[in-house]
Design a binder for this molecule. Structure first.
Ligand SMILES: O=c1ccn([C@@H]2O[C@H](COP(=O)(O)OP(=O)(O)O[C@H]3O[C@H](CO)[C@@H](O)[C@H](O)[C@H]3O)[C@@H](O)[C@H]2O)c(=O)[nH]1
Length: 485
């Protein structure tokens, strides 16, 4: 007999990964779901919660990250929770990465099970119809969703092309193209990807030695084939072929760029894991388009020699710069990360900060270029503000993103081929990018992409339409499940 459960309010449960580059788009997605009438329970790992609170100077710890308080005030139905990863808050997970990863992969799923089990025990008697929205890298998602009979939405924070390469891992292996092992060969048989050289594969496909992390990522991509829906932080017009090929397998929706949290006045503070330095006074005094912004994201490490060459390149170019130089970016010997006397020598040429409000910096008319590691969020943000890039990818999807930015979309320059770079190369690339005439073609292309991104988010734009379609499809799926109970 059909019961009244199909009248229940759809309620998304989300547990964010502990990585900055995932926290930002997941927060945006939570807000977007809530703005579309869903109830959302969003959980951070406990240590991330404390890090965000410490960063934003001890705001009310009981209400969770402040952005959700703001969202609730504006009428959205978002609950905030935390979940322990089993370690004390103060445990240094990045210095003891192996220990953390072992436990994260083997023990964390049972904590998620407990967390969700607790919610699901009230399921039949509650007013909500729960479903799971999990980052695609959440290797625990499929088992949990199956155990509790929940609809499972997988959220992918990187380009569709990268998703497709992971998705077709077995095909690539069968053809002997993975692991890459240093070979350079063209691959033209992956559905929706016309041609890609194996050198442009993500670093995890390049490596021949498989770590626990590789296995977890590849396992997550086996599992994602059983997800009910896949949301991707990309734009349909930019990756049409890859998206339509993926859509043939499973419902796949391009809903990016997910920037909703920027509509909340305090948005840039409480999602950050590091305190953000103020740059605008310095930046506002600079001529339009004269400043290069430099950041290598929240995760990767760089060898000190490379940092020294990049710093040398700034001096050679004479171009003004803001460098977001995160503590810990150099794997060792951090005290002398920069060349001797560098800060003194640059005088007013540059501003070096540990972390900044990147969104605000990129939006400033003073910024004329971005030297980036090609993290997907940074790439989308740079395009959104029409800022052309110099690309220095370090690992994971950044390698493939560089191909997309430089070879396919032609909105960026390669810093160098490979890892090692000289100060002369850095100086020359900066000079080319920051020279209006020399970078004219890049600037014209990025204007077009900028319009594409902005149109995608307009009222009848592709991402808005895709999101609306997703909302309908999820609701239909939830109510059809109810009827069969
Ligand atoms: O000083 C800074 C530097 C960065 N950011 C923000 O931090 C985010 C960084 O994200 P991203 O550019 O994607 O780089 P990562 O932090 O390195 O992100 C990880 O996650 C991304 C999404 O999965 C992947 O594309 C990357 O390769 C992976 O390293 C962006 O939103 C930036 O606006 C700041 O707010 N201030």
């Amino acid at each position: 007999m059909a019961n009244t459960r199909n009248q229940k309010q759809p309620h998304a449960i989300m547990i964010a990964l502990h990585l900055q580059g995932h926290i930002i788009p997941c927060t945006d997605l939570a807000l977007k779901l809530a703005s579309n009438g869903f109830t959302v329970t969003f959980a951070h790992l406990e240590f991330i919660h404390h890090q965000i609170i410490a960063t934003s100077h001890g705001q009310d710890q009981t209400t969770g990250t402040d952005i959700f308080t703001e969202a609730r005030k504006s009428g959205l139905d978002i609950n905030y929770a935390t979940i322990s990863d089993g370690f004390p808050v103060e445990f240094d997970r990045f210095s003891y990465l192996d220990q953390f990863m072992q436990s994260y992969i083997h023990d964390f799923p049972s904590r998620v099970d407990e967390f969700i089990g607790e919610i699901m025990r009230t399921h039949l008697s509650s007013d909500y119809e729960y479903f799971l929205v999990a980052d695609t890298f959440s290797f625990w998602a499929r088992k949990i969703a199956e155990k509790y009979g929940m609809v499972c939405v997988s959220f992918w924070t990187e380009p569709a092309m990268v998703f497709s390469l992971y998705y077709h891992l077995e095909l690539l292996k069968r053809n002997g193209h993975v692991p890459v092992n240093g070979r350079r060969e063209e691959v033209d048989y992956v559905p929706g990807i016309r041609a890609i050289n194996t050198k442009d594969f993500m670093s995890y496909l390049q490596d021949s030695e498989l770590t626990l992390l590789h296995k977890a990522i590849f396992g997550a991509f086996d599992d994602v084939k059983r997800a009910d829906f896949i949301l991707c932080n990309t734009v349909e017009e930019l990756e049409k072929e890859a998206i339509s090929a993926l859509h043939k397998n499973q419902p796949f929706y391009a809903v990016g760029p997910l920037f909703l949290s920027r509509d909340f006045p305090q948005a840039s503070v409480p999602r950050s894991l590091l305190p953000e330095s103020e740059c605008m006074e310095w930046l506002n005094a600079k001529a339009p388009g004269s400043v290069l912004y430099v950041s290598f994201g929240s995760l990767a490490t760089i060898e000190k020699d490379v940092i020294l060459e990049i710093a040398g390149g700034f001096l050679l170019s004479g171009v003004s710069f803001i460098w977001s130089l995160r503590p810990g970016i150099v794997a060792s010997d951090e005290d002398s990360m920069l060349p001797d006397g560098f800060r003194h020598r640059i005088k007013d040429q540059g501003l070096i900060v540990p972390w900044c409000k990147q969104w605000q910096v990129l939006s400033s008319p003073g910024i004329g270029g971005f030297l980036t590691h090609c993290g997907w969020n940074s790439t989308l943000e740079s395009i959104w503000f029409g800022v052309p890039m110099i690309c220095y990818p370090l690992f994971t999807d950044q390698i493939t993103n560089r191909k997309i930015v430089v070879d396919d979309w032609k909105v960026g320059l390669n810093l160098c081929d490979g890892k090692y770079v000289t100060r002369e190369e850095v100086g020359e690339k900066i000079e080319t990018l920051m020279n209006e005439e020399k970078s004219c073609a890049l600037r014209q292309e990025i204007k077009k992409l900028r319009n594409t991104l902005q149109n995608a988010l307009s009222e009848d734009g592709s991402s808005e339409r895709n999101f609306a379609r997703f909302v309908d499809d999820v609701k239909k799926k939830l109510s059809s499940q109810n009827v069969s109970v």
